[in-house]
Ligand binder design. Structure first.
Ligand SMILES: NC(=O)c1ccc[n+]([C@@H]2O[C@H](COP(=O)([O-])OP(=O)(O)OC[C@H]3O[C@@H](n4cnc5c(N)ncnc54)[C@H](OP(=O)(O)O)[C@@H]3O)[C@@H](O)[C@H]2O)c1
Length: 400
């Protein structure tokens, strides 16, 4: 087992509503089924800021100090017992579970230099894919797969990694196709053989089409739901993935008006939480939380009236499913290698080093359009920090 000669560092969250503090992290050897990864890029998700600001309201189990972050790409430093898929030097992308209830372990959070990943949550990156580009995928991919394919959600026909499934004639609506989650969902549903109807801003139609959308509707159009129903036409609607704050009502209306499964899986909530302040929250809570509760109640009533079944997605749950637990290995890795799956959307690199993460989180809170906010992590270690013969070569494609 080999580690960098200096202690790695992490962006620590010492308590809810505190700023992140970059400080040393303990060296941890990977356990059974785990790999130790030297992070080269991390991506920011809305959830990171929500956990930091709202703490026990969303993650009551979280032990502090904690390390946030779900998305990363880097190089394998060491593998634990029983790991056969990876070796030191491999370039991987991975879904970090530090904040997950089942893990709840800072060393598994993405926002640090060396992270422990579970083997099942990692996929080898194809040559030429930059770390910053690869880091856009893990949580968005897991969330899209969870909502589309697990039986508790839409339970759709599953895609094969090596061929596009024959068209089944059914449609899937991805409301929010320019989001990171939606960018993965469009590709996954298209790969499974569905006609994908996408909503996004008009300037992202090409983005959605390039990922496999059959038809695009601008959600700013007051008649967007009716336009979506038109685009679905006579084809049965196999399900709706709702990936946009506040779009649940429109998604339920569409599912209720179309022949088909009458199912909506929701990745997002009725009211935005990304602007929760770190301090002086009482007034914010007083204004927002009742609206959130009312929003959920309104959606439940609407779904009942339209005879539509809804479900709320917890993206990382996919890895607790027997099929989902193999998704990074059986689907993502080969599909990235063959070019059948793209690491989309494009990264928006907001800074370099762990110190850049708070500003990157703020950048995301300001809103993005078909971009994922990413932070590059430099490599301070020298070749002598690597086991003999395993020091990776940085090509212009993998360097930033
Ligand atoms: N439940 C989970 O496990 C889980 C996991 C990950 C994410 N999420 C949630 O899923 C949502 C998306 O996350 P993300 O990181 O993928 O988002 P993101 O990439 O930051 O989302 C930005 C995009 O949202 C789109 N958008 C905004 N309002 C919209 C609307 N009314 N209809 C359609 N599109 C709209 C915009 O599209 P245009 O640019 O085209 O206007 C923009 O490109 C967030 O609410 C996030 O919290 C949930």
């Amino acid at each position: 087992m080999h580690m960098p000669s200096t202690n790695p560092r992490a962006a620590w969250l010492h308590a809810a509503r505190q700023p992140l503090r970059v400080d040393q992290a303990p060296r941890t050897a990977p356990g059974r089924g785990e790999i130790l990864v030297r992070n080269r890029a991390v991506a920011i998700n809305p959830f990171d800021g929500i956990v930091q600001s709202l703490g026990s309201l969303v993650t009551p189990w979280l032990r502090y100090p904690a390390v946030l972050g779900s998305d990363l790409a880097g190089e394998v430093l060491a593998v634990g017992p029983g790991v056969s898929r990876f070796a030191p030097g491999d370039r991987v992308l991975g879904l970090a579970l530090g904040v997950e209830k089942a893990a709840n372990r800072p060393v598994e959070g993405a926002f640090q230099e060396c992270v422990i990943l579970r083997e099942a949550c990692a996929a080898r990156m194809p040559p030429g894919l930059a770390f910053e580009q690869a880091a856009v995928l893990p949580l968005a991919f897991a969330t899209a797969a969870c909502g589309l394919f697990l039986s508790g959600h839409l339970g759709l026909r599953r895609p094969s990694p090596d061929r596009v499934s024959p068209a089944c004639g059914d449609s899937v609506l991805v409301w929010g196709a320019a989001t990171s989650v939606g960018s993965c969902a469009v590709q996954l549903a298209a790969a499974a053989g569905y006609r994908v109807i996408a909503t996004c801003s008009a300037h992202n139609f090409e983005h959605a089409r390039s990922l496999g959308a059959t038809a695009c509707v601008d959600y700013h159009d007051p008649a967007a739901a009716a336009r979506v129903v038109e685009a679905i036409g006579g084809s049965p609607l196999a399900g709706v993935l709702c990936v946009a704050v506040g779009a649940g009502g429109a998604c339920i209306d569409v599912a209720g008006r179309c022949a088909g499964a009458r199912r909506v899986a929701m990745a997002s909530v009725p009211v935005s939480l990304v602007d929760a302040p770190l301090e002086a929250q009482f007034r914010w809570n007083l204004g927002r939380l009742p609206r959130l509760a009312l929003g959920f109640a309104g959606l439940a009533l609407r779904a009942r009236l339209r005879a539509v079944r809804t479900s709320s997605i917890w993206g990382t749950a996919v890895i607790h499913d027997p099929w989902g637990a193999r998704l990074f290995e059986d689907f993502l890795e080969p599909a990235l290698a063959s070019g059948r799956f793209q690491a989309a959307p494009r990264p928006l690199v907001a800074g370099t080093g762990l110190e850049a993460i708070p500003a990157a989180m703020q950048r995301l809170a300001q809103g993005v359009s078909a971009r994922k906010v990413v932070v590059s992590l430099p490599v301070p270690m020298t070749a002598s920090d690597w086991p003999a013969g395993t020091a990776p070569e940085y090509t212009s494609a993998s360097a930033h």
